[in-house]
Design a protein around this ligand. Structure first.
Ligand SMILES: *[C@@H]1O[C@H](CO)[C@@H](O)[C@H](O)[C@H]1NC(C)=O
Ligand SMILES: *[C@@H]1O[C@H](CO)[C@@H](O)[C@H](O)[C@H]1NC(C)=O
Ligand SMILES: *[C@@H]1O[C@H](CO)[C@@H](O)[C@H](O)[C@H]1NC(C)=O
Ligand SMILES: *[C@@H]1O[C@H](CO)[C@@H](O)[C@H](O)[C@H]1NC(C)=O
Ligand SMILES: *[C@@H]1O[C@H](CO)[C@@H](O)[C@H](O)[C@H]1NC(C)=O
Ligand SMILES: *[C@@H]1O[C@H](CO)[C@@H](O)[C@H](O)[C@H]1NC(C)=O
Length: 750
């Protein structure tokens, strides 16, 4: 039992006091006048007295994906923030501000983005600044805002909330948020409010350093923070760098750094190879402006929900991802999608369904509770739709009749569809992860898929695709993970039945044989999905550094995997405990089917909203180019302003791109656990990307052969979180180039 909370600290009381123009949403007893209850699938008490401030609070018990949601009769178009006191909530519960007038919604604001622990039995006061939304740093902008929603995620949520106020104005105290050394003689300073630079001073190893130039920018995406570049009269060197703001600055009046001894490195521009233009891809980009802003080169229409895509009605079914329910596909029209993506300048990868069924309508579902009363969970939005699972973990029986939800599909129909497309894709994938269809699409394919069936489907649908679109490139089999690269859902008896040859090498042999027999290549890209086998979901310091280290699994032929793969690999490959993904598959291709390209149509940083996810992605994109990967698309659609979006922006944003040829860079001390260094050339200009994966120490390089002159510089990360911006600098010495902690930097010769 929770007891009423009566003690309360003074500052929070002050913070909770209402100003004249503030709009109270909830204080005590019931919603304030003018607010309506638009919640769903939640047990809500507006006068809870088990834990409260004042005389009562709102207690909320939301099922998975359900919400406390309130709507104003009117709008709050220009107010500056939302404040509320909350106790006991899960950190993944999401707050959004939206407009019921035009359907606009803010970016998701998970409670975790406040970086404030939410105690179980007492309230913490949280403030959303509409000009600087927690997490993305984006601005809400003026709008017809009238609705506020606290939505639980998959686990549901139970919490108390109190003193909810839409605040008229937020006073931003002037603060230096970070000040960090970058490149040769630049200090990047992130600030909020109206700071005074006149008192700021810099010293290096005890000697005052002259600030020659101060240039300030207000980044468009994060307008509440300014970035100011200070150009120093002296280049950096190992030792102590002290940046003194000269003011109290919220208790952090100075920023101190120990600049480390340099690491020696050299660039060899003449040793270079082309970077495939298809490696900077994502799944389902949302708009042409997104493709442009992030420089996306390839877009995939893929994932579990496209296996049941019925182009005739634009219906689909995500199978086990969402209660085996039919729905209208999102986006609905593959043809139109290929059309606008091409128009935006990216190549397209369209997945072709290749099981025997596709969704017949937008409403049917496979496991009604009325038919199968005992199931372990049901759709919170559609109580009759179950997940098909019994409490003991088995599927319900009998298997449903596929005709109740699906309509037949085969390669003749696929061919007619592809032939009829007004907009032809660059690549097609023969379905998605069908090796695990007996789980993901259990209702339509309950039988475990083996080597032979998967091969037969790829051959059948690849022929159909090439007949329909003669120059289309085929990617297959889009295998989900390390385990299934080497065996099938049937298990090792299936390997045994195929001379104990692991699955993908066997598949390559068969595709080579098919070309020999039919005179035509039916596989252009060996397509795999790659997810780390280690679990980094805790997102604590250990998980963050593991996630950053594990980029080595993409290339390093000596890196024993830090997961079950490193212990019990279960395959018949050389160095079986070392993933060495790209070199391994390039070798397998050379042995089994030379000339086949390699694509990774799903990969992930494992942390889309954490700065380390952005740094992992920078490292991965660098590795893809350096290791000659042929194509890659990030899973899934990432926030343009979030860490993963920033990684794409760094390499390719707004038309300024990393060079087309990967150039050799020789490092005396490689340290791949904590840093990545990538070089490229194009049109006689050098570009560099350096990612520092250390959480709190700068790194520095003496870079031989770095041409002097003006460079365009971009960066994100560092002491102010995902703050980013860009400027032009002059490099006139290459003996000490510094990159601060948790930061990625892009430099390109002007
Ligand atoms: C608010 O809506 C929720 C969800 O529909 C419902 O359970 C609750 O009883 C409503 N509360 C009031 C006071 O209307
Ligand atoms: C939003 O509205 C306020 C108050 O009317 C106005 O001062 C401001 O310029 C507007 N901002 C934008 C981006 O339109
Ligand atoms: C920074 O360095 C100065 C001079 O060495 C020292 O007095 C100060 O305490 C340091 N501040 C921090 C935050 O480390
Ligand atoms: C689960 O229960 C069902 C129905 O009683 C039974 O047929 C099935 O064998 C059980 N599965 C396991 C793994 O025990
Ligand atoms: C696909 O189904 C249609 C309609 O039933 C049929 O005419 C066609 O022969 C089938 N194609 C294949 C490859 O089975
Ligand atoms: C200061 O730096 C900015 C940005 O690089 C540049 O445009 C400007 O000309 C510089 N001003 C001086 C006085 O050097």
């Amino acid at each position: 039992m929770r007891s009423p909370l009566l003690r309360f600290a003074l500052p929070v009381l002050l913070a909770a006091r209402a100003f004249a123009d503030d709009i109270a949403v909830y204080v005590d007893g019931s919603l304030a006048a003018g607010w309506e209850n638009w919640s769903w699938s939640s047990d809500i008490n507006f006068a809870a007295t088990d834990l409260f401030e004042g005389s009562s609070s709102i207690s909320v018990n939301s099922e998975a994906w359900s919400a406390l949601s309130v709507k104003l009769e009117g709008t709050f178009p220009t107010q500056q923030g939302l404040r509320f006191d909350i106790a006991g909530a899960n950190s993944d519960t999401i707050v959004t501000i939206s407009s019921s007038v035009d359907g606009t919604t803010s970016p998701n604001i998970p409670l975790s983005a406040f970086n404030t622990p939410i105690p179980a039995d007492s309230f913490v006061s949280l403030l959303i600044d509409f000009r600087n939304l927690p997490g993305s740093g984006a601005a809400l902008g003026n709008g017809t805002w009238d609705r506020i929603t606290w939505q639980a995620t998959a686990d549901g949520d139970t919490y108390h909330i109190d003193n909810i106020v839409v605040v008229e104005s937020i006073v931003i105290p002037p603060l230096f948020l970070s000040a960090e050394p970058l490149a040769v003689n630049t200090i990047a300073v992130t600030t909020q409010g109206d700071v005074d630079f006149s008192t700021l001073s810099v010293s290096l190893n005890g000697k005052a350093v002259k600030i020659q130039n101060t240039t300030s920018y207000t980044p468009v995406g994060t307008p509440s923070k300014s970035v100011t570049y200070l150009t120093l009269g002296t280049t950096f060197a190992a030792g102590t760098l002290l940046i003194n703001t000269g003011v109290a600055n919220g208790g952090k009046g100075s920023f101190n750094f120990t600049l480390p001894a340099v690491q020696f490195a050299s660039i060899v521009q003449t040793v270079a190879h082309p970077i495939s233009p298809l490696i900077y891809g994502v799944n389902f980009p949302p708009s042409a402006s997104y493709v442009h802003d992030l420089g996306v080169t390839m877009a995939r229409w893929g994932g579990n929900a496209v296996t049941a895509y019925n182009p005739a009605g634009q219906f689909t079914n995500a199978g086990n991802d969402w209660f085996f329910e039919n729905r209208v596909a999102d986006p609905p029209d593959a043809d139109a999608w290929v059309g606008w993506v091409k128009g935006a300048g990216a190549s397209t990868l369209l997945t072709v369904p290749s099981l025997d069924w596709v969704a017949k309508d937008a409403t049917s579902y496979s496991y009604p509770i009325t038919q199968y009363p005992v199931q372990t969970s049901t759709d919170p939005f559609l109580a009759n739709a179950g997940n098909g699972l019994l409490p003991n973990g088995s599927w319900v029986s009998p298997v449903p009749d596929p005709k109740s939800v699906y309509t037949s599909w085969n390669s003749t129909m696929a061919k007619a569809w592809l032939k009829g497309l007004a907009n032809k894709p660059t690549l097609v994938a023969i379905d998605n992860e069908i090796e695990i269809a007996s789980n993901t699409h259990q209702d339509m394919h309950p039988v475990p898929m083996g080597y032979d069936e998967e091969l037969a489907r790829v051959l059948d649908f690849s022929k159909a695709a090439k007949d329909a679109i003669p120059n289309v490139l085929v990617a297959a089999p889009s295998t989900c993970s390390w385990w299934f690269y080497w065996t099938s859902e049937i298990g090792f008896t299936d390997n045994a039945a195929h001379d104990n040859i692991d699955f993908l090498p066997w598949f390559l042999d068969q595709m080579a044989a098919a070309e020999k027999k039919g005179g035509k290549r039916l596989l252009d890209f060996l397509d795999i999905h790659y997810y780390y086998q280690a679990d980094t979901s805790a997102n604590d310091d250990a998980a963050k550094s593991l996630r950053l280290r594990m980029t080595r699994s993409l290339w390093d032929t000596t890196y024993v995997d830090e997961s079950w793969v490193g212990v019990s690999p279960q395959n018949h490959q050389w160095d079986p405990t070392i993933v060495s993904l790209i070199p391994r598959f390039r070798t397998l291709i050379d042995i089994h089917y030379p000339g086949t390209r390699l694509s990774i149509s799903e990969f992930s940083s494992t942390a889309d909203t954490d700065i380390t996810g952005g740094l992992v992605t920078v490292d991965m994109l660098g590795i893809f180019g350096q290791q000659k990967l042929d194509a890659a698309t990030y899973w899934g659609t990432v926030d343009e302003l979030g860490p993963i979006g920033l990684a794409y922006w760094l390499y390719r944003g707004f038309g300024t791109t990393f060079g087309a040829n990967s150039a050799q860079i020789n490092l005396a001390t490689p340290k791949p656990d904590t840093q990545g260094v990538y070089a490229a050339t194009e049109g006689g200009k050098l570009s560099l990307v350096i990612v520092n994966k250390n959480p709190d120490t700068p790194i520095s390089f003496d870079l031989a052969n770095l041409p002097f002159g003006k460079y365009f510089m971009r960066h994100f990360g560092g002491g102010a979180g995902v703050a980013k911006w860009q400027t032009t600098i002059t490099i006139s010495a290459s003996t000490y180039i510094v990159v601060p902690a948790y930061t990625a930097v892009f430099l390109k010769q002007n």
